[in-house]
Design a protein around this ligand. Structure first.
Ligand SMILES: [Zn+2]
Length: 235
């Protein structure tokens, strides 16, 4: 979570004890033109700028699945940040009742269920034969393995429910889903799409750029946006 106006990292629980770190001030002592951006917001900006014009509308949600869960929203071509720069922070919402410990200190946050490690735990709990399977193996085998397919879809259910709430509240034209694990890049959006349809929310679900690529490219977009001081500028 960051304060983009003051250039402060408010917190980053997945990185350790990062609280109220004045990143822009510190880095600006050595490098000119520092811009601070949230990684999910940067991912959204990259998908907006670099994906096909026809496929990425001005109103969409972005969800990135990696160690944690990143989420951001664009509405009318503008990035939604919220009053406390917390808009889209769904990764630490309660999502279960098993007592899974989260890096933020709470238990059963969404990322403990649908972050990469959380998914593997849920899959192993559902089907013990997959206790030591890797996420890459899940992606490679899931299409031809009905049990694994069912276990992955069930494991994604807490994320699907949170995303469904966001879709119902914001009525986006599309949901862009990015997975750090390449072999899951198509199957996870397909599963989320199927679950959203079951909920009566037939929103277009698009596979996005990988989160790392999107965050890097989005960082460049953030620099352009600041340089031109245009919130919804798209070149
Ligand atoms: Zn948490």
């Amino acid at each position: 979570m960051i304060d983009v106006e003051r250039g402060i990292c408010l917190s980053a629980v997945n990185l350790g004890e990062w609280e109220n770190v004045p990143l822009v001030d510190e880095l600006s002592k050595r490098f000119p033109g520092i811009v601070l951006e949230n990684d999910a917001a940067a991912g959204l900006l990259a998908n907006h700028w670099f994906q096909d014009f026809d496929r990425v509308p001005a109103d969409f949600l972005y969800v990135a699945l990696g160690q944690g869960i990143g989420c951001a929203q664009m509405s009318g071509g503008r990035l939604v940040r919220g009053q406390h720069f917390c808009a889209g922070e769904i990764g630490h919402l309660p999502a279960g009742s098993e007592g899974r410990l989260c890096s933020c200190g709470k238990t059963d946050c969404l990322q403990t269920w649908c972050g990469e490690r959380g998914l593997l735990k849920s899959i192993a709990d559902a089907a013990p034969r997959y206790t030591s399977i890797s996420l890459a193996e899940v992606g490679e085998r899931v299409t031809g393995d009905a049990i694994l397919h069912s276990a992955l879809k069930s494991a994604l259910q807490p994320l699907a429910e949170k995303v469904a709430t966001m879709v119902a509240l914001t009525d986006p034209a599309a949901l862009i889903v990015a997975c750090r694990e390449p072999s899951l890049a198509e199957i996870v959006p397909a599963m989320l799409s199927a679950t959203l349809e079951e909920f009566g929310l037939p929103v277009a679900v698009i596979s996005g750029l990988s989160p790392e690529e999107a965050s890097l490219k989005g960082g460049a977009v953030a620099v352009f946006r600041k340089a031109f001081k245009a919130e919804n500028l798209r070149l």
